[in-house]
Design a protein around this ligand. Sequence first.
Ligand code: THU
Length: 141
Amino acid sequence: MSDINWPALQSAAQQAAAQAYAPYSQFPVGVAVLAESGNIYTGCNVENASYGGTVCAERNAIAAAVVAGERKFRALLVYTPQPALTPPCGICRQVIAEFFSPDAPVASCNHLQQQQLWTLGELLPAAFTPTYLANSSKVGA
Ligand code: THU
């Protein structure tokens, strides 16, 4: 974990937050994910007039990485330019758990240079992961 370039992730997430489309909440979010390949991918939140159509920065960052061919990740960082350090929402935690191991670091930081660090396992213990489907007895199939 010490070999993760957190300043690079923070800089990338901060730039992504500047692109956030958040006219309804006025709550811009930027996320950077570090893939096993070493590449960094970013996402911002994209809101919608039909509020349920909003997609969080975390899911947009992961989608950008997946379309580039990534499947495994080492770290995720959330940037929000406001005092409270923002953790990923519940839906995003589930999506993160699809591709990150429980010991993967998930960080949050803000414009005040404050940071908080969790593991994914702390944020989403006993996650439902692809393993459960792989080990199912396929009843009815
Ligand atoms: N949001 C994110 O993008 N990520 C989070 O972890 C928390 C919430 C967005 C969704 C919405 O556009 C705005 O923040 C307010 O909920």
